[in-house]
Every structure is written in structure tokens, then in C-alpha cells.
Design a protein around this ligand. Structure first.
Ligand code: ZN
Length: 100
């Protein structure tokens, strides 16, 4: 789990997840109230992880002869797992970094 760069306290999964689903990249630390931002490198990593299910849906039915519907169900399961592990990949920073 990411730790606040201001007070050093580790965030819970719920806090991190709530921060992630917000549109703005600024997240408020529940312990010290300071604004925290996801680092550019962790943001890129999460973006790559989020894209993993897309090629899988096309590749798995092709190589295994699985129906598209099963592959789609599998992709949904993978997406749910990815959403659950996503907060583990977030790293916090006191400053907002440019993404690219
Ligand atoms: Zn803090």
C-alpha cells in the first residue's frame, strides 16, 4: 500500500481505491489532510495493467478455441482482480508530476 509522503502513514486499500477512482489525481491523506498525487511512473504502470485484459479477450479464444463469451467472462474476472490489486501499485508524491 502507498504511504503518505508528508506524514509517512500507510494508506488502507479503501482510502487508496477511493483516491484512484476520482477523476482528479489529487488525493487527500486521511491522516494529515495533505494533498497527495500518484507518481507518473506508478500511473503509467497502472495504465499498462489496466490494458492487460483487452488483448487477452482476443488472444485466448483464438489459441484455445474458447467461445468469445467465456473469454469475455474471463476478462471481467481478470478486470475485477486487477481493480483489487491496483491500489498496491500506486506510489504517492507531494507534487503533481507530468504524466509523459
Ligand atoms: Zn499524510
Amino acid at each position: 500500500m502507498p504511504a503518505c509522503q508528508n506524514c509517512g502513514k500507510e494508506w488502507s486499500w479503501g482510502t487508496t481505491f477511493r483516491g484512484l477512482i476520482r477523476v482528479s489525481m489529487a488525493m487527500k491523506c486521511p491522516y494529515c489532510g495533505e494533498r497527495q498525487y500518484g507518481t507518473a511512473s506508478s500511473g503509467r504502470r497502472m495504465m499498462v495493467i489496466g490494458l492487460i485484459p483487452i488483448p487477452l479477450v482476443f488472444i485466448i479464444p483464438y489459441i484455445s478455441g474458447m467461445t468469445v463469451w467465456i473469454a469475455l467472462a474471463l476478462a471481467i474476472v481478470i478486470s475485477v482482480v486487477l481493480i483489487i490489486i491496483m491500489p498496491f501499485f500506486l506510489k504517492l508524491s507531494n507534487e503533481q508530476e507530468p504524466y509523459w
